[in-house]
Design a protein around this ligand. Structure first.
Ligand SMILES: NC(=O)c1ccc[n+]([C@@H]2O[C@H](COP(=O)([O-])OP(=O)(O)OC[C@H]3O[C@@H](n4cnc5c(N)ncnc54)[C@H](O)[C@@H]3O)[C@@H](O)[C@H]2O)c1
Ligand SMILES: O=C(O)C[C@H](O)C(=O)O
Ligand SMILES: [Mg+2]
Length: 571
């Protein structure tokens, strides 16, 4: 949402034949990224929209424009510059941006999204060109509703809002106002992957301050210059946001991204039964990891209920994953207690045990009985190596942000006890990953079943090429969102996540040696459509759908926005 989009949102609508009709004229048309076609406006459109003298004479096709912008993209000297170039293209001509992204998804996803988006967030105040999204400040709670209304969209015009308070951006911590870019990046993936209409979404920065000293001392910092507000004022601010968003846009799905663990979980618990909402780091991640785990279990020829799982880094993502793996073990026939006992969570203090006084409420259910670890080697707490040696896990999940934490010794220890060690180092971005697949495959003598959070090339070892699945929530949340939108879902249930995970797992053929556990991101659109159908059906089965599903496959296809120029008419 640029300023131009805000103005023109009120002045642009789709006619029945799919054309845009607008009351905007001249420069205002060129400044509205969802209307602007630049040099692709036809002579008739230029005449009708007051653009005649504002563009060079040649009329280009979308294909001509694509060739030009792809060349420009390649002339950028670094990934950060490529990210900035793409952001400017998006602010100029949204169809061209999404078309370029769609045609070069494998190449550009890591630039628009993880890992380069992390760099863009750190550099936000310095690389700032123009605003995109809505900035809500904890110091002005009375203006939250007006600020959201300024976007200029009506009650039926918004499908989705992604909001972040930027406390835990990826694995890089607190980046204050720069967090708007994670909301923008997630939404770009929603559109590229699932065809969510980019004119029907809003990225939101919830600026509650920052504890990042570097930002607080940076004279160019663009956010609120004070420490993070916590406690009651924080909760009231979130409440103000949810009330305003649901009042103005009653059908919008509210997506929470990159909150700190205690806020993230508390917010989800407070609103999940009241509005249509989910937390991507907890639930989206949990479900994509479950999909990869289901694939791994199939390759290993075992069952979910036979798994022993170590989660290293018991924060938002780690416990979200533990919850969904536990529920999958229950679905495979175990009772809840037994399933919980098959999971060992390690955080900064070491293995979590029930004699610890500093456990968070969400960690407590996974605390092991202290008696279980008497006699285990301690170095402060019980460390990862000791846990692996004692537990002999079948799965090892990394969500700790600790680069290199899965050492050769730990991995070899694990591989000594199980035939197909399942190892998912999921921390993003690259400088946080627990181990790289080109280390894990040789350390497990080619037996490891690996998936990561960042995109990683295949690893060839002893003649077998191992595809590395990207267990990034990007494979999951776009389809989940689309399914919820198509069904007009009133809530997002655990069942909808389980259905999404099973749909993703069902798309992979793991019969070839070295096959990736997850579909390739290049197939993101197919994956998202499949997930959307499963999610919409599940919503209907649970009585959560407001829209009748007569032909869900077709309804999902029809709902997907495509990056094509439409005729623009003066209205
Ligand atoms: N692949 C994905 O889709 C995906 C999704 C969400 C998060 N992530 C990644 O997972 C990581 C964690 O994200 P989060 O949102 O859960 O953050 P978080 O801060 O909520 O959790 C991180 C946890 O790791 C713990 N930790 C830190 N140092 C540790 C150590 N030395 N030993 C053990 N535990 C330690 C922290 O105390 C915290 O509980 C990030 O790198 C993030 O990018 C990946
Ligand atoms: O944004 C991503 O790449 C995945 C995830 O949401 C994260 O926070 O790391
Ligand atoms: Mg995230």
């Amino acid at each position: 949402m640029t300023v131009g989009t805000r103005v023109a949102a009120k002045r642009r609508f789709r006619s029945e034949d799919g054309a845009y009709v607008t009351t905007a004229r001249g420069v205002e048309v060129l400044d509205t990224p969802l209307l602007n076609k630049g040099t692709a406006f036809t002579h008739e459109e230029r005449e009708a929209l007051g653009l005649a003298g504002l563009l060079p004479p040649a009329v280009l096709s979308l294909e001509d424009q694509l060739r030009r912008v792809y060349e420009q993209y390649h002339r950028q000297p670094s990934d950060l510059q490529r990210n900035i170039f793409l952001a400017m293209l998006q602010d100029n001509d949204e169809v061209l941006f999404y078309r370029l992204l769609a045609e070069h998804l494998r190449e550009m996803l890591p630039v628009v999204y993880d890992p380069t988006v992390g760099e863009a967030i750190k550099r936000y105040s310095h690389e700032y060109r123009r605003p995109r999204g809505v900035f809500l400040s904890i110091n002005e709670p009375d203006r939250v509703e007006t600020a959201l209304a300024d976007v200029g969209l009506g009650a039926d015009d918004v499908d989705l809002i992604v909001a972040s308070d930027a406390e835990e951006i990826l694995g890089i911590g607190d980046w204050g106002a720069g967090g708007i870019d994670i909301a923008v990046g997630k939404l770009a993936v929603y559109t590229a992957a699932a065809g969510i209409d980019p004119g029907r979404v809003i990225p939101v920065a919830l600026d509650v301050g920052t504890d990042n000293e570097e930002l607080l001392n940076d004279p160019g910092y663009l956010g609120n210059r004070h420490a993070r507000v916590r406690g009651q004022r924080y909760d009231e601010f979130i409440d103000t946001y949810v009330r305003a968003a649901t009042k103005l846009f009653p059908h919008a799905l509210l997506h929470w991204e990159d909150f700190g663990p205690s806020n993230g979980r508390r917010i989800l618990e407070r609103y999940r039964d009241r509005v249509c909402t989910f937390n991507d780091d907890m639930q989206g991640t949990g479900a994509i990891v479950l999909a990869a785990a289901l694939g791994a279990v199939r390759v290993a020829g075992s069952r979910m209920r036979e798994q022993r799982i170590v989660v290293f880094g018991a924060g938002t993502a780690g416990v979200g994953i533990a919850d969904q793996l536990r529920d999958a073990i229950v679905r495979d026939g175990a009772d809840q207690d037994t399933a919980t006992r098959q999971i060992w969570c390690i955080d900064k203090q070491g293995l979590l045990t029930d004699d610890m006084h500093d456990l968070s409420d969400y960690q407590a259910p996974y605390a092991r009985p202290a008696g279980e670890v008497t006699g285990w080697r301690r170095d402060g707490g019980v460390g990862l190596h000791e846990v692996v040696a004692r537990v002999e896990p079948t799965m090892l999940i990394g969500t700790s942000t600790v680069h290199g934490a899965f050492t050769e010794a730990v991995v070899r220890e694990m591989a000594a006890h199980v035939d197909r060690p399942v190892i998912f180092p999921l921390s993003n971005p690259t400088e946080r990953i627990e181990a790289m697949p080109d280390q894990l495959i040789p350390w497990t003598d080619g037996r490891g079943l690996i998936a990561t959070g960042i995109p990683v090339p295949p690893v060839t070892y002893k003649g077998v090429t191992h595809g590395i699945g990207q267990a990034n929530n990007a494979l999951l949340y776009p389809g989940l969102g689309l399914g919820a939108v198509v069904a007009g879902a009133r809530r997002i249930s655990d069942g909808m996540f389980a259905a999404a995970a099973e749909a993703v797992a069902g798309l992979v053929d793991v019969s070839t040696p070295g096959a990736s556990l997850l579909p390739h991101v290049e197939n993101l659109r197919t994956v998202s459509a499949t997930v959307a159908v499963a999610v919409a059906k599940q919503a209907a089965d649970e009585g959560l759908a407001r829209v009748e599903l007569t032909d869900p496959v077709q309804q999902v296809q029809d709902a997907m926005w495509r990056p094509e120029y439409r005729p623009v008419r003066a209205g």
